[in-house]
Write a protein that binds this ligand. Structure first.
Ligand code: C2E
Ligand code: MG
Ligand code: MG
Ligand code: MG
Length: 292
């Protein structure tokens, strides 16, 4: 194993920077074409309220359907798109599509949920962010109070002054703001207190080691307590096991997201889940009414 790793390292240094560069150029060309050819789509992952087991939100997650390679994950193209600046255009597409979906769900009379949308560093820094999002909200007719923007802790702390201003602006038009990947960014309490956010997402790396690893457990507990103190909603990412869920429940976490409940699904599947939930809720109401 160690020998293999050694060999790879050597190969990396003697060779193939050229290979890496050509790979990158290739991705760049394909990415540009992919936008024109509409090869992107969104998956949706349910966010579930712990107390009721109900879906209260859906996180939109971008996928690239490459004609040759099939479904490609964000880790393999977002950073290139970010570097090339293509992310701004792509981010607008994501926002428009997710808002359109939210409006479609609203129009079908499905239980009202929030749609969470990831914003990239470059998008977040752009002066055009707020006006662009507002015009898309208007264009799609989505309810801004049901739109949640996910911005990572690291992005926010890079320039706290500017971030606070941008977040305040977004909040003033009714949008929700989640601090994504929370716990990995070394923010101080003083900094956090100033953030006009509405929720905090505990990073998956902590949840992965809960409940076995005591320090991950303490960090998770501390984040939940702090979020409550700051009057923010708190949601755990990457919940895969019942033990993790029980740990979160015992520590009064409000919501979770993860493979335990559902992987990210297509918009059709997400719609079916919401319809099933609406039907279950209606049946419950009928039952309670009959019992009275
Ligand atoms: P994120 O915003 O932290 O999204 C959560 C990621 O965790 C998603 O990966 C999701 O599929 C994955 N995940 C959810 N539950 C579990 C679980 O139980 N176990 C494990 N192992 N993973 C789980 P995905 O979809 O590959 O996205 C990765 C990252 O790419 C996202 O992290 C986000 O930073 C970025 N991304 C995704 N969509 C977009 C987008 O539309 N725009 C931008 N700018 N970034 C995006
Ligand atoms: Mg996210
Ligand atoms: Mg994210
Ligand atoms: Mg995250």
């Amino acid at each position: 194993q160690a020998k293999d790793a050694g060999r790879n390292t050597v190969r990396f240094f003697t060779g193939d920077l050229n290979f890496l560069l050509s790979k990158r150029l290739e991705i760049e060309g394909r990415l540009r074409r992919a936008i024109d050819n509409e090869e992107f789509f969104l998956r949706y992952q349910p966010q579930v309220e712990l107390a009721t087991g109900r879906i209260i939100g859906m996180e939109a997650l971008i996928r690239w359907n490459d004609p040759q390679r099939g479904e490609i994950f964000p880790k393999d193209f977002i950073f290139v798109a970010e570097e090339l600046g293509i992310i701004v255009q792509l981010g607008e597409w994501v926002f428009r599509t997710a808002c359109g979906q939210l409006k479609a769900w609203e129009d079908e009379g499905l239980p009202s949920i929030t749609v969470s949308i990831n914003i990239s560093p470059r998008q977040f820094m752009s002066r055009r962010l707020v006006p662009t999002l507002l015009s898309i909200i208007r264009e799609t007719g989505a309810d801004p109070r049901r739109v949640e923007l996910e911005i990572t802790e690291t992005m926010i702390m890079r320039n706290l002054e500017q971030s606070v201003q941008t977040l305040e602006h977004l909040r003033s038009v009714g949008m929700q703001v989640a601090v994504d990947d929370f716990g990995v960014g070394y923010s101080s309490l003083g900094q956090l207190k100033r953030l006009p956010a509405t929720s905090m997402k505990i990073d998956r790396s902590f949840i992965a080691n809960v409940p076995e690893d005591a320090s991950s457990g303490s960090i998770t507990e501390a984040i939940i307590a702090m979020a409550k103190r700051l009057k923010l909603r708190v949601i755990a990412e990457g919940v895969e096991t019942r033990a993790q869920l029980e740990f979160l429940r015992a520590n009064h976490c409000e919501a979770f997201q993860g493979y335990l409940f559902s992987r990210p699904v297509t918009s059709l599947e997400a719609t079916a889940m919401l319809k099933a939930q609406a039907a279950a809720m209606a049946a419950e109401t009928t039952k309670t009414a009959a019992a009275e």
